[in-house]
Design a protein around this ligand. Structure first.
Ligand code: SPD
Length: 288
């Protein structure tokens, strides 16, 4: 097949890598007090959203990331009723959370209202649950919330933030993880996006060790996200009481039916730690 010539490309520069997508047209550009928000149509990934020039989500592959961030923790928790999502302004994570019938309330704390407004208008295929009455979206600082909230605690907390570079760095700080734990009920689970071990090995390993100081079970798990640098992504499951390798099989089968990536086999396999990743964790352990 002959390679077509494309006139315009959108290029992400990230930690010494460049990833380009052939561009069809820009759809939206806005600047909030926090970041530049761009949404555009691409030839192969459908509609894509970037924050400060970094790919966040695409119509083509968003299910990989959102299903994997959400379902391992939701299906390991016994009967998650209250769920907290920090970040996740495109709406993909809350969409997956609200597919669980046990959920009575899902609070989403997103710092940047512009991300939600732009995604509601221009990426409606991702955020399909904005009107769900169980959803309570608040535009506030997630760090302040977990540090200071006196509200009822949560069964599951999901961290759907940006990369730990610049403003996103605080989302990988010990202080923040400690505050998240404060907001978890006994028997609860925290899951977070924990970056690419291939290109962000130090941050990944450091994060594992920080979380191990707080939780008795810290289990990284892995999957592909084609849009993100290196393509190999990680998330991390944390709990004091729950075993991520013992999800609730009945609920899992129901949820997996509506998933495009996640299923029981993926769940189990995702928790296998690749040898190079185990080595990163072990090496970082020797330093402390
Ligand atoms: N390198 C991009 C990492 C982005 C992680 N969060 C994505 C948010 C999608 N809801």
């Amino acid at each position: 097949m002959e390679e077509k010539k494309y006139n315009a490309w959108y290029e992400e520069t990230f930690q010494g890598t460049r990833l380009s997508l052939a561009l069809e047209q820009m759809v939206y550009t806005g600047q909030s007090e926090f970041q530049k928000v761009e949404i555009f149509d691409t030839v192969r990934y459908g509609r894509v959203m970037t924050l400060d020039g970094v790919f966040m989500t695409s119509e083509k592959d968003e299910f990989l990331y959102h299903e994997m961030l959400t379902h391992p923790a939701m299906l390991t928790a016994i009967e998650p009723k209250r769920v907290l999502v920090i970040g996740g302004g495109d709406g993909g994570t809350v969409r997956e959370v609200l597919r669980h019938p046990s959920v009575e309330k899902c609070v989403m704390i997103e710092i940047d209202e512009l991300v939600v407004t732009a995604c509601k208008e221009h990426l409606p295929s991702i955020g399909t649950a904005w009107e769900d009455p169980r959803l309570d979206v608040r535009f506030a600082d997630g760090i302040d919330y977990v540090k200071n909230s006196e509200e009822e605690k949560y069964d599951v907390i999901l961290l759907d933030g940006t990369d730990p570079i610049g403003p996103g760095e605080v989302l990988f700080a010990m202080e923040f993880f400690r505050a998240c734990k404060r907001m978890l009920k006994p028997g609860g689970a925290l899951a977070l996006q924990s970056e690419t071990p291939m290109l962000m090995g130090e941050v990944f390993a450091e994060t594992q060790h920080k979380l191990r100081e707080l939780f008795s079970t810290v289990a990284p798990y892995f999957g592909p996200v084609a849009l993100y640098p290196s393509g190999q992504w990680s998330w991390t499951f944390c709990s004091d009481e729950l075993d991520p390798l013992a999800p609730r099989a009945e609920r899992q089968a129901e949820i997996a039916q509506g998933c495009r990536y996640y299923n029981a086999g993926i769940h189990n396999g995702a928790f296998a730690i690749p040898n190079y990743v185990q080595a990163l964790i072990d090496e970082r352990g020797k330093k402390s």
